[in-house]
Design a binder for this molecule. Structure first.
Ligand code: TRP
Length: 462
């Protein structure tokens, strides 16, 4: 397997996996989900779910990948037989579909970088009008999301170490630094503290069933779990590494970036007198506001810089999404890596076109009759991430519980961590994977499917 490539070591793996985790999910999706679901109430549930479910699932995925050393499909297939291979294929399909809409939003971020740095976005009288016009602009969207997919494929072609790892090494720390600087600045703005209160003081009466769904979907999405991305990355990890501590670092980094993004956005929302419940437009409407207050030159530099770094964060995520199907075709079908990368990237771009045109550009994509009149982008993102990722995590746990066995899981985890066996952590992970996740996530998955397609909340009336 020498020709598959490897990460250069512990830090390389953590950076790449954290690069996969940290992306638009943290900076674009997390704040608007929190804003729509009561702020601090969402934050509390999100943190709780991440520790309870997501950390064990992450450990399980990486262990499966490293054990077998192949793509998601081949890993399940080898450990579990043909039937379980289907779970790997399902994950690969989810990866393709998630990438298809993710790339559209990444295209917006890229467009915003250009419009702020080199255009006159910051002179606009209303950023919310600008955003509404922006998402229906056919050519801008087409060109920028195409560029994004092109760059993604370009890096994936270069392979694990030179491409993925090198990219993460520089971009991640830079993003963190600019985020912290912006937070410090935003906290000095008038009424910023109202935003901080909204974000950190939970009002538990705000917790509804939908808060739970959104937080669950968001936690899996943000950590890149439930579809085999970390099986794939785990397959490039060497046996000396400690999976448990690597997974802990990835989880903490991802949570911290999401937390910081909220800490930046909500003070801005309140100081600009806006509503936190604006959905996907939120960061694109609120962030330019802070850059405008910095004056024309500094605003362009910092604002452009921020969106550029957001693009980098998105890029380390799109890379991981594309890597999943690429690894499958290379490992399983023995196809030439370069060729299949380009074919897949261009196909995913085309698959994403309906999502791209679903924010008002084309009516039939913007209002789906079978999905309560909502957009294709909502449909694809909810079906393949909010629903499928927790379901994928649940099935992975059932796979470990009933097929591979927690004893083998422990064996793999003890490789690189000699104290693991007999530890409290081992007991915790085994109980969660064997009993808690299959039951709780199983029930949850059924409920969310009913809710999304038929509106469960109508039945319960809240
Ligand atoms: N986690 C990334 C984000 O927050 C998105 C992402 C990358 C992803 N790879 C994934 C989501 C795999 C689910 C599965 O932006």
């Amino acid at each position: 397997m020498a020709n598959r490539g490897n990460f250069s070591g512990r830090i390389g793996f953590i950076l790449a996996a954290a690069g996969s985790a940290v992306g638009l999910g943290n900076i674009w999706k997390f704040p608007y989900e929190a804003g729509e679901n009561g702020g601090a109430a969402f934050l509390v549930i999100y943190l709780f779910l991440t520790f309870l479910f997501c950390y064990p699932v992450m450990v399980g995925e990486i262990a499966i990948g490293r054990k077998v050393g192949l793509d998601a499909y081949s890993s399940y297939r080898k450990l579990g037989g043909k039937g379980w291979g289907l779970l790997g294929l399902f994950g690969i399909l989810c990866g393709i579909m998630i990438l298809s809409f993710y790339n559209v939003v990444a295209g917006w971020a890229f467009g915003y970088f250009l419009e702020i740095s080199f255009g006159s976005l910051l002179d606009e009288p209303s950023f919310s009008d600008f955003f509404s016009r922006y998402v229906v602009d056919f050519w801008d969207n087409l060109i920028f999301s195409f560029c994004f997919m092109f760059i993604t494929a370009f890096i994936v072609v270069k392979g694990v170490q030179r491409g993925i790892e090198a990219a993460s090494r520089i971009m991640m720390p830079a993003l963190l630094i600019i985020l912290v600087l912006l937070i410090v600045y935003s906290l000095t703005l008038p009424n910023a503290m109202a935003g901080v209160r909204f974000y950190v003081l939970p009002d538990l009466t705000e917790i509804k069933l939908s808060t739970l769904y959104s937080a669950m979907g968001q936690a899996f999405f943000s950590l890149s779990l439930g579809m085999g991305a970390l099986i794939t990355y785990g397959s490039y990890l060497d046996k000396k590494q400690n999976i448990l501590s690597a997974a802990a670092s990835i989880t903490v980094v991802d949570m911290s970036v999401a937390f910081l993004a909220g800490l930046l956005i909500f003070p801005l929302v309140f100081s600009q007198g806006q509503s936190p419940e604006q959905g996907p437009a939120l960061v694109f409407v609120v962030l330019p506001g802070i850059f405008k207050t910095m004056g024309p030159i500094l605003g362009k530099i910092i604002g452009g810089g921020f969106f550029l770094l957001l693009c980098f964060a998105a890029l380390t995520s799109t890379i991981s999404l594309l890597e999943v199907p690429v690894a499958f075709f290379v490992d399983k079908m023995k196809v030439n890596r370069k060729l299949i990368t380009w074919i897949l990237a261009m196909s995913v771009f085309v698959i994403g076109l309906p999502s791209m045109l679903s924010l008002g550009a084309v009516d039939s994509f913007s209002s789906l009759p079978f999905y309560q009149g909502r957009s294709t982008l909502d449909f694809v993102s909810e079906l393949f991430s909010d629903i499928s990722l927790p379901l994928g995590g649940c099935l992975m746990s059932i796979f470990i519980a009933t097929r591979w066995g927690t004893a083998d899981l422990s064996e793999e985890l003890a490789t690189g961590n000699p104290n693991y066996k007999g530890s409290f952590l081992e007991a915790y992970i085994n109980v969660i994977i064997k009993y808690v996740i299959p039951v709780v996530l199983g029930i949850f998955s059924v409920m969310i499917i009913i809710e999304k397609f038929f509106g469960l909340e109508k039945l319960f009336g809240n």
